[in-house]
Design a protein around this ligand. Sequence first.
Ligand code: AMP
Ligand code: MG
Length: 318
Amino acid sequence: MEIMLEAQDFIMNTGVEQKIIGHAPRAIYDAVVKKLHMLEDMMSFYREKSETTRLNRQAGKEAVKLSSEMMFVLEQAQTVASLSQNAFHILLAPLVQLWRNAGARNQMPSQDEIHRVLTLCGSDNLVLDKATGTAYLKQEGAMIDLGAIGKGFAADICCDLYKELGASSAFVNLGGNVKTLGTRPDGKPWMVGLQHPDKARGNSYGAILCTDQSVVTSGAYERYQVIDGRKYHHIISGQTGHPSESDLKSVTVIADHSIQADALSTAAFVLGLKKGADLIYNTSCTGAVFFTAANEIYLTKGMKPFFRLAEQVKCYEI
Ligand code: AMP
Ligand code: MG
């Protein structure tokens, strides 16, 4: 008989919710949790021994040998960086850190500081050599941060494991990166609620039907610092060096691969409604929902069959 295991953990600095249906879901769960810890050890910006830290420490010095998984993540990141004209790119880490520290000190970074740090954030700093399996950061002080793509990669790996280890269906939510294997046990699609940007957690403005796909949201409301009583969210514009002044409150992307949905949702958030929609149409992902600063909801064509609106509010096609 098949049973459903439901679990909540805290891994990769975020809540991880899983539902696994199968004959022996506990063994699958154990394997997935072990793998998630390994991925955290590999990608974390904060772990001394992570591949991210090794690469960042050797910036301007030497190339670093990477695992094939890390190389894959970096390649995918480069692809989305070039598709989004660097609205998304993983070399913004020095700025991400500057704003994080500013929040911790409750002191705005000076414009001089921002300019100085921006010079360390060139998107062309990272050189990948697939033949030797190495990566090199050309400039001393340059750093990578996989905060906008790593959880998506991890969600894909979870689903690979569910499948490989014999789950008949499964659901994982890694801090807003959802991916599902198959349908719910009753044969219906999994439903992923879309958090209303201005309402308390758990209040959704709509939902997405999700079967064998990934649903990822990037939003200004998710994580932010408060400096001098004002909120500064965590998604940075590499053009200004400041938190991105998007005309969006959130973007949700649906795609076969969570790594793609994760990177694209961050990129589309920075680009804003019009350019963000152009980006989505330019890729193989299924579609996107945009929640604008004016509280309007826009759907790309591909999103329409999967989207359910919860409230009696209008939504438009873009
Ligand atoms: P997400 O929640 O997936 O949109 O990713 C946001 C996280 O990615 C932030 O907390 C930073 O660690 C990092 N980040 C911020 N701005 C960018 C950007 N423009 N491109 C790539 N990563 C970013
Ligand atoms: Mg992202």
